[in-house]
Every structure is written in C-alpha cells, then in structure tokens.
Design a protein around this ligand. Structure first.
Ligand code: SF4
Length: 353
C-alpha cells in the first residue's frame, strides 16, 4: 500500500488533521443554523454516528450569533462555512474551531486580513474550499470549470493567506463528478504541504453518492492522498458517516470495525444467507475492534475463508459450523448459528481490548 503523502498537521479543535493523524470524517448540518435546537440535535446525531468534525452554513448574522449557543451544547469541533461577508467570519471566529472561506470571494484584502487576525488570535485553521461550480471569474474564464481551474484557484487563495503569514490551512477541491475531483487533488498534491479535505460535492442520492465517493475518494486514499473527508449525500446525516468510514476502512487507511466477508450465494446454498448476513452486519456495527469475520453459504469456499477470518460461519444443510481462527468450536442447527456467531465475535473483540 502506498504511503500517505506527508502533510502538515493542523488542529480543528481537539481533532488533528494531516501528518500522522487518522483520516477524520466530517459532515454538515442541513438545519437553519439559527434554529439552535434543530442544529444541536443534528450535530449530536452526527457525533453519535461517529462524525469527527461538523460544519454549519452561516449565511447571515443571526446564524453567526447562534454559534455561541450551539458550541456550548456540542462536543465535536465546529466549522463555520462563510461566503462573501467578512463580518460573519469575524463573529463566527469567536466561537468555532475552524472557518471555511475563500479569501478571493471576501473582497478587499483588508477584510481578509481582519479574518486572518481573528483566526490567529484563537489558533483557528482556515479551510480553503474550492468548488468547481463557484470558481473566481478570472479562473472560470481562463480555464473553465476544470481541474486546472480548481488548482489555480486553490493556489491563488493559498498565496493570499501565505502573503499574510498564515499557514494554518487545509484545502478542498470539490467537483460534482469523480474525474475532475480526482484530477484536481492529484494535480495539487505535489505542490503544497497542507492537509487535504476530500469530497465529491453534490454527489446525489445514497446510491449514486456512495459509488461516486467510493471511486473518487477511494482512488485518492489508495494514492496516499487525503487527511479528512466528507461524503456528500442527499439523504440522512448518518449515512454520510457510515459511507465515509467504510471507504476509509476498505481503502486500507483504517482498521476500525469488522470486515465482513460473505459469499454472493449460488445454487449450492441451502440456508437463508441473505438474512443471516443482514443480521450479522446490524449486530456487529457497534464493534470498533479490527476483526475479519466470514459468513459463507457452503463448505466449498468456507473453510478457506475461515482460515483467514477471526470468526467464521460455514452453512450446510439445516446446520452449520462456527470457527474461530480456523478451528471448529461448534456445530449447530441453522436457527442457532447467528446468535452463537455473534457471541463468538463479541468475545473475540473483547479479548483484543
Ligand atoms: S460459498 Fe458455497 S453457496 Fe456461497 S457462493 Fe460459494 S459455492 Fe455458492
């Protein structure tokens, strides 16, 4: 597996991003931010689902003024997403853990300077969030909404901050399609040392967003690119976290949680494997220990897979075997197999603690 690109480590609140820090998962609320109760409720749901850093939109001053109360009621770092109005950034900087804004769309340099000063006073990093759909006019005209245009925009915004002596930066380069997104991140990676926030933006419903993000973010993670990420889904908040964590795990950048190996089923099967695997997935979702577990429909491949799995089931006719580290520990009727399997998985996970 490729090494991760060495990047500068920054801190968003207590969460390290970049360097040797684990790849963190981010998401964003969809409530009206000024509706404090709804926003806190969504943030706490995200936190419970495993989100490391949360972002809220701050389109007006009432939203900015709500950040203090929101921050007091949550336990994960908070990022304020600001466009155009530097006064919103100045208010937000009093309460949040990071500001996402692009210097190029704030206007006069003196205003950017004020935001940078406010961030520096509280050690807040800034995320430069380049989006193919909202490039600065000069880059849009020269390059179109291309990966090159995104990279040029990022370099321009980075220089803006560096000229002010500010280097506590992370960068995102998001487009709504996989190719531009991946090209842009790959193009910029060798040019700067700042950590990257990955994402394919406006990726669609859970089905499409999962595929786009798995291809795009997965490809980048395999290349060793990426320090934090958000999977954008038009759907429920928790799904973003679940998909992001799975992409990080399946690209080999994290070993947290169970890896389920299950056969696709075929005409040899003599058990209801589909519902067994669904149960196993649900009942092991809370386990953080890095386990490989295997659920196979017959003996053809089960024994081979079981040798590599920590805990395994091999189904047969009306019965099956439970194996731990390749050794058979029980032969049981089909209706008792999943319960015993879960017991063995829990036991194995507890022994790893
Ligand atoms: S493990 Fe058995 S049931 Fe499952 S796909 Fe392979 S041959 Fe078919």
């Amino acid at each position: 597996m490729k090494q991760r690109y060495p990047t500068k480590k920054i801190f968003v609140g207590k969460v390290a991003v970049g360097g040797d820090a684990p790849i963190s998962v981010q998401s964003m609320t969809y409530s009206d931010t000024k509706n404090i109760e709804a926003t806190v409720e969504q943030i706490n749901r995200l936190h419970f689902a495993g989100c490391d850093i949360v972002r809220v939109a701050v389109p007006d001053m009432e939203d900015a003024l709500a950040l203090k109360a929101i921050k007091e009621q949550i336990a994960i770092p908070l990022v304020a997403d600001i466009h155009f109005n530097y006064k919103l950034a100045l208010e937000a900087a009093k309460w949040v853990d990071c500001i996402r804004f692009n210097p190029g769309n704030i206007g006069e340099k003196s205003r950017v300077k004020e935001i940078v000063k406010a961030c520096r006073e509280r050690n807040l990093p800034i995320r430069i969030g380049v989006n193919a759909g909202s490039l600065e006019k000069e880059f849009e005209q020269k390059y179109g909404a291309t990966a090159q245009g995104m990279v040029e925009s990022a370099l321009y915004n980075i220089k803006f901050l560096e000229d002010l002596g500010f280097e506590d930066i992370k960068i995102s380069l998001k487009a709504s399609d996989v190719n531009r997104t991946v090209d842009a991140y790959r193009m910029l990676r060798p040019l700067v040392e700042y950590p990257f926030h990955l994402g394919v933006t406006e990726a669609g419903t859970i089905f499409h967003a999962t595929i786009k993000s798995a291809i795009g973010l997965g490809a980048l993670l395999l290349d060793g690119i990426g320090d934090t990420m958000r999977v954008s889904i038009t759907g429920e908040l928790e799904e973003e976290i679940k998909v992001a964590k799975a992409i990080i795990k399946d690209s080999g950048r994290s070993r947290e949680g169970v890896n389920i190996i299950s056969c696709p089923t075929c005409g040899r099967i003599e058990a209801d494997l589909v519902s067994a695997v669904a149960q196993v997935e649900k009942r092991t979702a809370h386990i953080k220990a890095p386990l490989d577990i295997s659920v196979m429909g017959c003996a053809v491949n089960a024994i081979g897979e079981a040798k590599h799995a920590d805990v395994a089931i091999a189904y047969g006719k009306n019965a099956g075997l439970i194996m731990v580290k390749g050794e058979v520990v029980a032969k049981l009727p089909e209706d008792q197999l999943v319960d015993r399997f879960i017991d063995e998985v829990e036991k194995f996970a507890n022994n790893l603690k």
